[in-house]
Design a protein around this ligand. Structure first.
Ligand code: NAP
Length: 245
């Protein structure tokens, strides 16, 4: 389905990013696996992708908060793969605390990674998409950005920002045949959520009565990367088992 397509996934060494990189590769895309530091895991994923799906995969160290690094890595990817068709902005962090006790540094760090990181990568890839008159940008937001989850002032604000950025990007790039959509996951079982005490509490609010898996998000990312979604842009789709209905 994605044969001949080149996908870039940020924060792809583990969790949702790794599942998305694998899913796109399983459907024929060549994949650039970007990660800030866990390069051993990224290399292992690259090996798995090459062995199982026979598509090209490369690992790039990239801190999405560093705009110059983003530009440099995108340049290297285009020189290695020839182009970029799909950008998945997945890299993200949490630093939860109640608003009155939240360290300013932790507010800034979360905004820098989740929101500015997304902006940095869209900007770095922008000319490539415009030149090619083609692109699928998929931003990983969160239901927290829709609901304003208590204890997540920094995270919820960053993800609400990602949703607004998605809509702006859809408007600005639409005439160039570039689609931009956001996925808003609910509670997905990854390292990010493994220490949350209230996982069982969440279950009570989830109509589908199970926590999500990275694969649940990856399936939607595949749809948004594929021509099946060619007339969808500026949309925010929840993958949350109904949590935020
Ligand atoms: P995760 O398991 O903690 O993985 C996060 C990934 O992002 C890691 O690979 C990490 O790299 C990378 N990363 C962090 N900072 C980075 C930076 N500055 N530059 C580049 N990469 C960076 O998290 P996850 O649960 O898979 O979450 C993935 C995305 O989904 C995030 O945007 C998150 O906000 C969103 N999301 C998750 C849930 C959930 O319930 N899990 C719900 C809603 C939304 P290292 O491995 O090197 O640390």
């Amino acid at each position: 389905m994605l044969n001949e397509k080149v996908a870039v996934v940020t924060g792809a060494s583990r969790g949702i990013g790794a599942a998305i990189a694998e899913k796109l590769a399983a459907n024929g895309a060549a994949v650039a696996i970007l990660d800030i530091g866990n390069l051993e895991a990224a290399e292992a994923l690259k090996g798995k992708i090459a062995d199982n799906f026979g598509v090209k995969a490369m690992v790039y160290q990239c801190d999405v908060t560093d705009s110059e690094q983003c530009v440099e890595v995108v340049k290297n990817i285009v020189s290695e793969f020839g182009k970029i068709d799909i950008l998945v902005n997945n890299a993200g962090i949490t630093r939860d605390a109640l608003l009155v006790t939240m360290e300013e540094e932790n507010f800034d760090k979360v905004i820098d990674t989740n929101l500015k990181g997304c902006f940095n990568m869209i900007k770095a890839c922008g000319r490539n998409f415009i030149r090619n008159r083609y692109g699928k940008i998929i931003n990983i937001a969160s239901v927290s950005g829709l609901l304003g989850t208590a204890g997540q002032a920094n995270y919820a604000a960053s993800k609400a920002g990602v949703i607004a950025l998605t809509k702006v990007t859809a408007r600005e790039f639409g005439a160039k045949n570039v689609c931009c959509n956001a996925i808003a996951p609910g509670f997905i079982e990854t390292d990010m959520t493994k220490d949350l005490q209230n996982g069982e509490e969440y279950l009570k609010s989830i109509p589908l009565k199970r926590l999500g898996k990275p694969e649940d998000v990856a399936k939607l990312a595949l749809f948004l990367a594929d021509e099946a979604s060619d007339y969808i842009t500026g949309e925010v789709i929840r993958v949350d088992g109904g949590l935020a209905i």
